[in-house]
Design a protein around this ligand. Structure first.
Ligand code: GAL
Length: 746
């Protein structure tokens, strides 16, 4: 049977490269010991020189392969290395790979010394080489360096399964089917006849099986088609009930099963049509945000748990049904979680505005292939982005990227995100960034104006807002509200336009960027959440669209202070909520009951409540009062929120995403520290110093002495390789948080 052996632990790392580092007997004893995912260099939160991590570095890893694996083939599989990797085994050059977002593998067998130590050395070039997409011009994001996704050894029979592409068919009929292509490789000289078995199961229960006998020639690759038919009682995959099934293919020689490959699939039909997006035949308005995969300090190098958490934040905190993986293929852990929770995905190839020369384009074509072959079984992915984001037209190039995508995967539509009008429509879905809204009456363009076509075509808006209105979490209230309202206006307009299938805002999280972009501090403050995934007011618009039965949301967009806004007061008061009625009480007196502004925003499911007049919140120089807001659903009180007139720091709250993580020196979880007032509300203008102490079996990612950024800050804590406890306590000048204790388990 195949064995997958993690190579993620105990690498040696040098922030430089010399030819002698590749030699097997080079003494790397003084090098830093690191685990994967790893970043070439940790950077500060902001104001750093982005050249710091753009280096050529070296990674070395010792490993042994037992003698009983002789006769097998030994592959090394890299999840992703930014941006160019050269692989050496025991001093011999094995191969190289260009491109920092897709996986690659090499066959090490001929160079392995079985039963003895082998040295894998990787030269990693994380500079912005103009021969590799997205590089060659400017880019509004950073491509952090290093071996930042997992590395495994894969030990297989010389005749083995390379990949599987499972295509559920007739999904809307009672009898469903799975058409499967199995990609076999035979690396030995002899031909062989084997049995190939396939089964479909759910939660360990086998639902259907089939088998076939095939002959595979020596030194060859073979594609075989296997179908499972007449499948009944299959639950569909959709955004509410994302049913998943396991498809397993096994190879049998005599009585022995010698290879097995399982992939997870879902039965669903997802199509963008001229008049909207249809999931399993039902129209669904797509509400999404763009996600960059970067994090403070370590850039891209975050483990599985943290990748999965992002999907949860998008789905459960922000109530989205769609994410675009701007602007590159993202972690399979993130995508797995999207499958599990029913979050649709638009995945695209790496690139940003610039198209390079022929050699560069060849790498892009490889990117299309590597992305699709890695991800074609994810039911959450319904669209492949096969253009360089926002590039000019290049028909020959894009006809080719479309051809590759369609040939590899005839089951999904293609898109390709542009910002130019009248761009040649070569894809199946016209995917457009529409930044027309800048606060005025114009919110979205008619698609015919954009496409220049006479007829309507499948059409999605893939970005809006972003640089049109950068907003920090600790900006003035009026700006935060306008930021939120711009997101609301675009989603409202998109939902009212029958020829727009999706509105995907720019963007989910603030991100580090080059000095040519952002606020000069190397951050683009374009997120509805900050880099720690802490919400701004715009996030409350999104979360207020959630089903109130899952969570009642009541978020008055105010700090409730006399003099925060221009001229003072809190009017008009916008309250993001999914309740059907809000009661407002000021200074202990009922002001009134208010309902959502359905006339102003008929397109969204849960428009905000907007209050134009509240007595006692008037003129500059009058007294200020406390307030309370109560939310009702079907006449029942479901949620409330209080504001005090005179906030003072009362507590340093600490909350962890997880209280148990793996004791593997890789796993990590986030803790958020928040300075709050008497009513538990964040004090968004406090920049007090904060020190974070981590004791026991873990360590902090990032600095342990820092300042609150607008009243709060996040931090990730990473396990050691010993099981035990991690205790985390934070202190400001006057307050100490309750300790958080995280158990780490082997
Ligand atoms: C778009 C681009 C994004 C981001 C955004 C900011 O043009 O595709 O990557 O830069 O602008 O609004």
């Amino acid at each position: 049977m195949r064995k997958i052996i993690s190579l993620n632990h105990h690498w040696k790392y040098a922030e430089e490269f010399e030819a002698q580092f590749l030699e097997p007997d080079y003494n790397d004893g003084a090098w830093e010991k690191v685990n994967i995912p790893h970043t070439t260099k940790e950077i500060p939160y902001n104001y750093f020189d982005e050249k710091e991590y753009q280096i050529i570095s070296t990674y070395r890893k010792e490993f042994t392969v037992d003698r009983d694996n002789m006769g097998k083939r030994i592959f090394v599989d890299f999840g992703a290395v930014m941006a160019y990797a050269e692989i050496y085994l025991n001093g011999e050059f094995i191969g190289s790979h260009k491109g920092g977002y897709t996986p690659f593998s090499f066959d090490l067998t001929e160079h392995i010394t079985f039963g003895e130590q082998n040295i894998l050395a990787v030269k990693v070039d994380s500079t912005e080489r103009s021969d590799i997409p997205p590089f060659g011009y400017m880019i509004d994001y950073l491509c952090f360096g290093g071996i930042y996704r997992e590395v495994n050894l894969r030990i297989v029979d010389p005749l083995h399964i390379k990949n599987i592409f499972a295509k559920p068919q007739n999904v809307l009929q009672e009898n469903k089917e799975v058409e499967t292509t199995v990609f076999l490789a035979n690396l030995k000289n002899q031909a062989e006849e084997i049995k190939v078995k396939m089964s479909l199961s759910k939660d360990g229960t086998v639902l259907a099986t089939m088998a076939d006998t095939v002959e595979v020639q020596g030194k060859s690759e073979k594609k075989i088609d296997l179908n499972l038919e007449k499948l009944t009682n299959i639950g569909l995959w959709d955004v509410e009930n994302p049913n998943l099934y396991d498809l397993t293919v096994q190879l049998q020689r005599g009585q022995e099963i010698f290879d097995s490959f399982t992939t997870r699939i879902g039965f669903r039909e997802a199509i963008v049509k001229e008049d909207g997006f249809y999931l399993n035949g039902k129209k669904l308005m797509l509400r999404g945000l763009n996600r960059h995969q970067s994090f403070p300090y370590v850039g891209y190098a975050m483990p599985k748990r943290v990748q999965r958490k992002d999907a949860d934040i998008l789905k459960y905190e922000l109530g989205l049904n769609l994410v675009r993986t701007s602007h590159y293929p993202q972690s399979t852990h993130f995508l797995d979680r999207c499958d599990e929770i029913g979050l649709l995905v638009f995945e695209e190839i790496p690139g940003w505005q610039h198209i390079g020369d022929e050699e560069w384009k060849e790498v892009t074509k490889e990117d299309v292939k590597e992305m699709i072959e890695r991800d074609w079984n994810h039911p959450s992915i319904f669209l492949w982005g096969v253009r360089i984001n926002e590039s000019e037209d290049d028909d020959t190039f894009y006809e080719e990227t479309n051809r590759i995508a369609r040939e590899l995967d005839p089951t999904r539509q293609t898109g390709g995100v542009r910002f130019i009008e009248n761009s040649k429509f070569l894809e199946d879905v016209y995917t457009m960034n529409d930044f027309i809204h800048s606060g005025g009456d114009e919110v979205l363009r008619d698609q015919k104006k954009v496409t220049g076509l006479d007829n309507y075509v499948p059409y999605m808006v893939c970005e809006f807002n972003g640089h049109m209105y950068p907003t920090k979490r600790f900006d003035q209230e009026e700006r935060l509200i306008e930021h939120a309202l711009r997101h609301l206006r675009v989603h409202n307009a998109a939902a009212l336009d029958p020829n727009i299938s999706a509105a995907i805002g720019w963007c989910a999280f603030d991100y580090n960027t080059h000095f040519d972009f952002g606020a000069g501090d190397r951050i683009c403050y374009h997120g509805v959440m900050d880099m720690f995934r802490i919400p701004k007011m715009a996030a409350h618009f999104y979360s207020s669209q959630r089903n109130p039965e899952e969570k009642a949301v009541l978020e008055p967009a105010t700090l409730w202070a006399r003099g925060e806004r221009s001229i003072g007061g809190v009017l008009p008061l916008v309250i993001f909520t999914n309740c059907d009625e809000i009661e407002v009480i000021v200074a202990g007196e009922l002001v009134g009951k208010f309902t959502p502004a359905k006339d102003a925003y008929p397109g969204v499911k849960h428009p905000p409540v907007i209050i134009e007049e509240i007595p006692s919140t008037g003129a500059w120089g009058s007294s200020w009062y406390s307030a309370e807001f109560v939310g009702y659903l079907d006449g029942k009180q479901v949620v409330s929120k209080e504001f005090v007139k005179n906030p003072i720091p009362t507590k340093l709250l600490a909350t962890a995403d997880d209280l148990q993580i793996d004791a593997d020196g890789i796993d990590a979880t986030r803790i958020i520290f928040k300075l709050v007032d008497q009513a538990g509300n964040l004090l968004p203008y406090s920049n007090e110093p904060i020190s974070i102490e981590v004791e026991g079996e873990g360590k902090l990612i990032g600095p342990n002495l820092t300042g609150l950024i607008g009243g709060c800050i996040g931090a990730w804590v990473k396990s050691s390789e010993q099981s035990g406890r991690i205790k985390v306590t934070a202190k400001t000048t006057s307050l100490t948080s309750e300790p958080i204790v995280i158990e780490t388990i082997k």
